[in-house]
Design a protein around this ligand. Structure first.
Ligand code: G3P
Ligand code: CA
Length: 268
């Protein structure tokens, strides 16, 4: 009976495809999200930045250098300029064993393109990556979510969660629309410790926290849960760690390998 209970709880852990199925395809591209969707995650995660002409695009870094053939800041490029970049070839060069001809010349997607493509068939974990660099990015994101119906039924069955390391940005988001579920990202450089008071302060605007896995222990998970909050863990790619986090009953895991997480959670 005990084992059945454990398995049942494990299966309810949210599988969050981190930057898409980014272990297999160039992160934050349509190819990564298409591949992720074949693995049926609970959420697809994406990072958003804003172009010079105010368009939200899906990219992890503030600069285009690492994941495209361009250079410089996203905010100094127009969407048209960003669209000319190749966001796939870097992956082929970095991971020859996973490279595919189809990745050459992949474009940086606008956030709305990903929404348009997967809207009704996906749930989105959206990271406001550097909101301090992009005035009013919260309003812009909210407008897109509303326009595309992603906040319909948000009380019963949320289709989006917005996450950020930036507390002020989450507070602004919360002020603009109290219904959007928010998650406070935290990165611990030393063993993770948090007080109930700190968690209750976060609970004023967020449904939970997402923390880096290496520095976190079971007691931390229990403390967050005891405060009535969700706990997500990033970025978990090894099966052994997935198993451990499942035993600890975290709310969800961010992984570059959604298929691996399914294997771990469905193992009888
Ligand atoms: O969103 C959770 C995790 O993605 C935060 O780290 O650097 O991968 O965006 P990063
Ligand atoms: Ca992220």
């Amino acid at each position: 009976l005990h084992m059945q209970t454990v398995v049942a709880k494990q299966q309810s852990i949210y599988n969050v495809a981190h930057r898409g199925a980014s272990g297999y395809a160039p992160e934050n591209t349509m190819a990564a999200y298409e591949m992720a969707q074949t693995m049926k995650p609970d959420f697809i995660e994406l990072d958003v930045q804003m172009t010079k002409d105010g368009v939200l695009v899906v990219m992890h870094d503030e600069k285009v250098d690492r994941t495209t053939n361009g250079t410089g800041y996203v905010k100094d490029h127009t969407l048209a300029e960003i669209k000319r970049l190749d966001a796939g070839s870097w992956f082929n060069n970095a991971y020859p064993d996973k490279s595919k001809a189809a990745y050459v010349g992949l474009a940086v997607p606008a956030f709305e393109e990903v929404v348009a493509k997967f809207g009704r068939n996906a749930r989105f974990f959206i990271e406001l990556k550097s909101p301090e660099k992009y005035p009013a990015i919260e309003q812009k994101l909210l407008q897109i979510l509303e326009k595309n119906g992603l906040l319909d039924g948000v009380d019963q069955n949320p289709r989006v969660i917005v996450e950020s390391f930036n507390r002020d940005s989450l507070l602004r988001m919360h002020q603009l629309n109290r219904k959007v579920p928010l998650v406070q990202l935290i990165e611990y450089k030393t063993p993770a410790v948090v007080t109930d008071a700190e968690l209750q302060a976060i609970k004023q605007y967020a449904i939970g926290v997402a923390v880096n896995g290496e520095m976190m222990d079971r007691a931390y998970v229990q403390q967050v849960t005891a405060n009535g909050m969700q706990i997500y863990v990033y970025t978990v790619n090894e099966k052994k760690t997935m198993e451990k986090m499942a035993r600890w009953h975290v709310t969800g895991l961010f992984t570059n390998y959604p298929d691996r997480l399914h294997e771990v959670l469905n193992r009888k």
